[in-house]
Ligand binder design. Structure first.
Ligand code: ZN
Length: 61
């Protein structure tokens, strides 16, 4: 019996024609993306910045 190991690939890398194993899943409402370490970190810091900016804008408003 052969074991099937399902590998999920990074959606962002796939757009560049690269196959990279996804380690993180990002989901917003009913959309979801599988991301590799690098893209996961990029999205994480992007979102962190976004919220940081909104939070400081709310404070100064
Ligand atoms: Zn990637």
């Amino acid at each position: 019996m052969k074991m099937m190991i399902e590998v999920t690939h990074c959606d962002a890398c796939a757009k560049k024609g690269e196959e990279r194993e996804a380690t993180t899943a990002l989901s917003v409402a009913d959309e979801s993306w599988d991301l590799c370490d690098e893209h996961g970190e990029r999205f994480r810091s992007y979102l962190a910045n976004l919220f940081a900016t909104e939070a400081s804008a709310a404070v100064s408003a």
